[in-house]
Ligand binder design. Structure first.
Ligand code: NAD
Ligand code: IPM
Ligand code: MN
Length: 365
């Protein structure tokens, strides 16, 4: 059996972290006797530069023929003034839509070794924060009608947020199902005191909850949710929300974990379409090209690929345990290095994970 992986490194630190994720997958393959076939294609700004299109047809074909997609990050100041069809982010949105990846799983865990190293006190983030953010990914503001017009007084711009019952139902149902494998608590985050889409979201969520009497449901307004995540993150198990709120709250989750460079994601969706795996962070123009980006979010995304796309539980666990070991013992990239500790490069970390994975998966004596 060969697993075909489309690799889309993208821009900025995208190629730097993706290289390390591929290194780790190669180590898994070699140690566990699994064949991974990697094929690379441009996306985002890199694709704009090469073809004028941030999601060219050749990239789409490669993705559609793959069993899973690994993406780095897209975007950067160079392309920020491009018209919408040539913006790197447009390419990512088209990719997500093309593969029907409506369910974006963004786990946020606080490793004990990092509790207190981020901006929050250890007593807030210690004690095992373990949140699964389930973000709707192919609807809402990102895909609504938008435009900008000239008016006598200046310009008028608009974006629209649209959700339908089926779109809400499938993502909420997935959140409840995932909660059954965890602590059986779902917090649904919305803005139903203002938004019509949120009121529909709440009605549909209530209806879905009837099929899951064993799972506890709580509704929370998004402004309060942002505050509760910082104040009492232990309270959250599965957090399900619409596209924009999920984008914002997951970066907030990164501050709990200690670095945006740590968070992975899996985007699952329509049957028969390849799932997409990408770190939560962006192209980080401020550190790109220096070899110091944290590759653990990309590597953990590769672990999610092993589990969710290929059902390779043992191998996924080996990668995740290697990450846990490394967070405790180093080497660390500058974003998570303890004060006074030597800092490692992106490649040092990738190699250290690959070595640990080989040890864990090597056949016993
Ligand atoms: P960003 O996520 O790129 O960076 C935010 C901050 O986190 C920066 O200080 C950066 O240095 C740091 N950071 C991010 N990843 C890191 C890593 N792996 N290791 C260490 N530090 C890391 O967000 P931004 O600066 O707001 O956006 C930059 C560009 O990335 C924009 O063009 C944006 O559209 C794009 N973006 C893309 C994605 C994606 O491809 N999925 C996600 C977010 C942002
Ligand atoms: C993310 C990013 C993207 C998003 C951008 C680059 C379109 O911020 O993956 O979180 O908003 O979904
Ligand atoms: Mn984001």
């Amino acid at each position: 059996m060969t697993y075909r992986i489309a690799v889309l490194p993208g821009d900025g630190i995208g190629p730097e972290v993706t290289r390390e994720a591929v290194r780790v997958l190669e180590a898994v393959g070699a140690a566990a006797g699994i064949r991974f076939e990697f094929a690379e294609a441009p996306v985002g700004g890199a694709a704009v530069d090469a073809t004028g299109d941030p999601f060219p047809p050749e990239t789409e074909q490669l993705c559609m023929a793959a069993d899973a997609i690994l993406l780095g990050a897209v975007g950067g100041p160079r392309w920020d003034r491009e018209p919408v069809p040539r913006r790197p982010e447009s390419g990512l949105l088209r990719l997500r839509k093309a593969v029907g990846a409506y369910a974006n799983l963004r786990p946020v865990r606080v490793h004990p070794a990092l509790a207190g190293r981020g901006p929050l006190r250890p007593e807030v983030v210690g004690g095992g924060v373990d949140i699964l953010i389930v973000r709707e990914l192919t609807g809402g503001l990102y895909y609504g009608e938008r435009g900008v017009q000239q008016e006598p007084f200046g310009e008028r711009a608009y974006d629209t947020m649209v959700y339908t019952t089926p779109e809400i139902e499938r993502i909420v149902r997935m959140a409840f199902q995932l909660a059954r494998g965890r602590r059986r608590r779902v917090i649904s985050v919305d803005k139903s005191n203002v938004l019509e889409t949120s009121r529909l979201w709440r009605r549909v969520t209530e209806a879905v909850a009837e099929d899951f009497p064993d799972v506890e449901l709580e509704h929370m307004l998004v402004d309060n949710a942002a505050m509760q995540l910082v104040r009492n993150p232990q309270r959250f198990d599965v957090l399900v929300t619409e596209n924009t709120f999920g984008d914002i709250l997951s970066d907030l989750g990164a501050a709990l974990a200690g670095s945006l460079g740590l968070l992975p994601s899996a985007s699952l969706g329509l049957p028969g379409r390849p799932p997409l795996f990408e770190p939560v962070h962006g192209s980080a123009p401020d550190i790109a090209g220096r070899g110091i980006a944290n590759p653990l979010g990309a590597i953990a995304s590769a672990a999610m690929m092993l589990r969710h796309a290929f059902g390779l539980q043992r191998e996924a666990q080996a990668v995740e345990e290697a990450i846990d070991d490394l967070l405790a013992a180093g080497p660390w990239t500058p974003d998570i290095a303890p004060p006074g500790a030597p800092v490692a490069s992106t490649e040092d970390v990738g190699r250290a994970i690959a070595r640990r994975v080989r040890e864990r998966l090597a056949p016993g004596p």
